[in-house]
Design a protein around this ligand. Structure first.
Ligand code: 3HC
Length: 311
């Protein structure tokens, strides 16, 4: 098969499997994107993990604990999907630790109050769902199938976050309502940045769309998130931190203000509020877990030797 035939193959909604022929660039793009997705899931555990011991009730603690554990599972699931492309996990994790691989900008912001946990579930997992529902139709089979399971769990993540916001905004006192508005102000724009640069400034989108890796553009998904979230914010009685936000009857969408791309680029470059803290935490967790990896590989080696000796 050549690239033109491959483009026609995926355009006909065929799935590409691990052992199929694929252009080198297709494989490279998928390894980059799936690895970064996996890194994002694992780093994403840190901001919320920070509140597990400080959750306001046992019920809230149990819900947050299960959400953070889900994210770990998503990361492992996605590292497995990346490994089907012939790359090994240690290489990917090392690239994260040395700053060669990216993870989502959104996880470089601090979680200042309990309302942040609500805003993260509602907005960050909300953006993730918009992006990942679209990825369920990505042309690479293992990635698209991983998305089906992950999207089911993300829906729970988004609902539990929104439930926290309802508790604060509809049943909370003035201070709790203020805490929710403050969290909304801090998480609204970074959640829109999750969808990546504008289409005009996205170097990967055109090729990813032709290969059906991406099924919608960054701006299309961002617009979908805005349109979905504004009514939810209005129900909560929250003010959207964007004076330019306005329903456009003609377009059938909300018009909204310009994203601060300087902030986005700085955070992606590693200059966000928590980038260093997040990477140091990941490197420490990796070092602290070395004994588990050594024990697991020693056990596997012993089992293999026993099987070889018995054969
Ligand atoms: N944070 C960090 N880097 C970002 C970014 C973000 N929010 N958005 C884009 N970038 C990077 C891209 O990786 C690319 O850099 P690279 O070529 O060095 O990798 C560059 O900016 C240009 O962006 P493009 O739009 O051209 O890149 P893509 O075509 O890869 O699109 C994407 C970016 C939409 C994020 C796409 O990679 C994608 O859909 N990834 C899978 C989903 C994902 O990773 N989501 C992250 C959050 S995971 C999550 O939310 C977990 C949930 O449980 C909360």
């Amino acid at each position: 098969m050549n690239n033109d035939a491959f483009v026609a193959y995926v355009a006909a909604e065929n799935k590409v499997e691990a052992k199929d022929w694929m252009p080198d660039g297709y494989r490279k793009t998928l390894i980059r994107q799936i690895a970064q997705h996996a890194h994002s899931e694992v780093v994403g555990m840190l901001p919320e993990g920070n509140w597990i011991t400080r959750a306001p009730s046992l019920r809230r603690k149990a819900i947050l604990l299960s959400k953070v554990q889900d994210e770990a599972g998503h990361g492992l699931y996605l590292y497995c999907a990346a490994e089907t492309l012939g790359v090994d996990r240690d290489t990917l994790i090392n690239e994260l630790h040395i700053g060669k691989a990216k993870y989502s900008s959104i996880f470089n912001y601090p979680t200042i109050s309990w309302a942040d946990i609500g805003a993260i579930g509602w907005l960050v997992d909300g953006s993730a769902i918009v992006n990942q529902v679209s990825l369920q139709r990505t042309s690479y089979g293992p990635y698209s199938r991983a998305m089906v399971k992950i999207c089911k769990e993300e829906s729970f993540h988004q609902r539990q976050g929104y439930e926290i916001m309802i508790a604060l905004c509809k049943h909370g006192n003035a201070a709790q309502k203020k805490m929710a508005q403050d969290a909304f102000n801090r998480w609204w724009w970074p959640s829109l940045m999750m969808f990546g640069p504008s289409d005009a400034h996205s170097p990967n989108s055109a090729q990813s769309m032709e290969w059906r890796i991406k099924r919608h553009s960054n701006d299309e998904l961002r617009q979908k998130m805005v349109d979905m979230t504004v009514p939810q914010a209005e129900y909560l009685g929250l003010t959207i931190p964007d004076p330019h936000l306005k329903w456009n009857e003609e377009r059938g969408h909300y018009d909204f203000g310009e994203i601060d791309w300087t902030e986005f680029n700085e955070v992606v470059k590693g200059n966000g509020p928590c980038n260093k803290e997040r990477l140091n935490a990941r490197k420490k967790a990796y070092d602290d877990g070395a004994w588990v990896r050594e024990a697991a590989s020693a056990y596997a080696a012993k089992k293999l030797k026993r099987a070889v000796d018995a054969a």
